[in-house]
Design a protein. Sequence first.
Length: 484
Amino acid sequence: MVKVRTRFAPSPTGYMHVGNLRTALYTYLIAKHAGGDFILRIEDTDQERFVEGALDIIYNTLEATGLKHDEGPDIGGPVGPYIQSQRTDIYLKYAKKLIDKGEAYYCFCTKERIDTLRANSETSKDYKYDKHCLHLSKEEVNEKLASGLPYVIRQNNPENGVTTFHDEIYGDICVDNSELDDMILIKSDGYPTYNFANVIDDHLMGITHVVRGSEYLSSAPKYNRLYEAFGWQIPVYIHCPPIMKDTHHKLSKRNGDASFEDLIKKGYLKEAVLNYIALLGWNPGDEKEIFNLEELVEKFDYRNINKSPAIFDTIKLKWMNGEYIKKLPLETFNSLALPYYKEVISKSLDFLKISKLLQTRVEVLSEIPDFLDFFQELPDYSTDMYVHKKMKTNLQNSLNTLEKFLPKLEALAPWTFENIEKCCMDLVSELQVKNGVVLWPIRTALSGKKSTPGGAFEIADIIGKEESIKRIKIGIDKLRNENQ
Ligand code: GLU
C-alpha cells in the first residue's frame, strides 16, 4: 500500500482564516489517521499577495494547535524545497514539456487585447481566452521569444468532449470541455500560477490525498487534464464545504471571528477552537462532540465530511470553550485569567479565590472583566436591588439585616471564609428568618450587582474586612435614606 501523504499549502496572506485552519486540520487528520505524512508547503507565487510576517503566523498556528508537520520549509524533507518561489525553474521545465506535447502554448497577447476580450464577454465568468496564440507558427513563436516579448504559457484545453473527475465528497463531476479556459500556467513574471504549481508539486511531492476548500472544485477538471497530459496518477480529491457566517454569507475576513488569532485574542482556548473547527463540516457519526487531537486522529474518517455548507455558530463555540475552561486545572485557569483580572482590578486580591468562583461560569476569557469590576470598586446601584420576592426581602428587613450585621462584622477575627459564613448564619438564627433575608442584602451591599460569581461569604472573604465594612455602611446609608 502506498503511504498516505497530504499537504497543507497555505498562501502567506497574513492571517489564518478559520477555513484555512480547518483545511490544515483535516489534512493533518487524514494523514495521521492512516499513519501517513503531513507536509507543509508554502504557496507564495502570487507575489502581490505576499504579506510580511505571514510565514510566522502559519508556523505559530500549526505549532499552537499541535498540527505538527513531517516535512516543510523549516524542517526540510526529501522533496524540497517546500516554498514555491524557490521552485520556479521546476515549473518552467514542466511547462515546456507540455508545450512539446501540444498540451500548452506560448501566448504573447497584450494586456489590452485580453482586457478587450474580457470586456466583450457577457460576464467575467464567461470570459475564455480565444486561443489566438495557439495558431502561431513555430517560427513566429521563436521570433517573438528571441525578440524578448513578454509571454505567458497557457494550457491547451480541447473544445469538444467532456472531462470528468471524482471528488470523495462531491462525487463524480462532469464538465463540458468547451467551458474550460486555457488557463495560464506560467505568468509573465516567470512565476507559475497556483493552478499549475499545485499539480506539479502535488505530483513531485508524492501527495496521495489533496484536501482543500470547495472553491477549487470548478478548477479540478483543468488539473485533471494536466495530470493526464503528463501521464501522472490523479490524487484523491477531498474538497471541503464552505464555512458560512449564516445561511447567506460566507465567513469573511471582515467578520472579526474569521481568523484563529482573532479567536485567541477574544479569549477562546486553542484546543476548543480546534475541536469546534473539526465539527464544521464533519461529524463522528455519533453524539460525541468533545475531542482532543489524539481522539480526532483516531476517529476522523474523511468519508464523513458533509457536502453542505457548515455554519460557524458562535454560541456553540462559546459553549464548547466553556467546557474546556471547566476542565482546566485551577492554576492554569488562573494564569490564563490573570491578564483579564488586571484589566479591571488594580488592588492586590487573592486571585486564585476569584478563579475558583469564575472557572465554572466563564465561557470566553474576554467576558471576565465584566464579571469582576465590582471587586475593584462598588458600583453605584439602586436600592431596588434589595427588594427580592423569592428571597422575601424588602427595604425594611434589608436595612435591619445590615444594621445587625455591621457590629458582628466589625468584631470578626480572624477574617476567614469560615468565620464570615458562621457570622452570617448566626444572624440567620438570631433573627429567625430564612437564609435569603440575611444573605441577599449582604451580597447586594458587598457587590452592588444583581448577580455575581460567588455569594456573600466568598465576596467578603476576597475584598477583605475593611472594604466589606465600608460597603455594608454604604448599604445602610442608602437604605436609611429610602426608609425615611
Ligand atoms: N494556496 C491555496 C490557498 O491558500 C491552497 C489551495 C490548496 O490547498 O490546494 O488557498
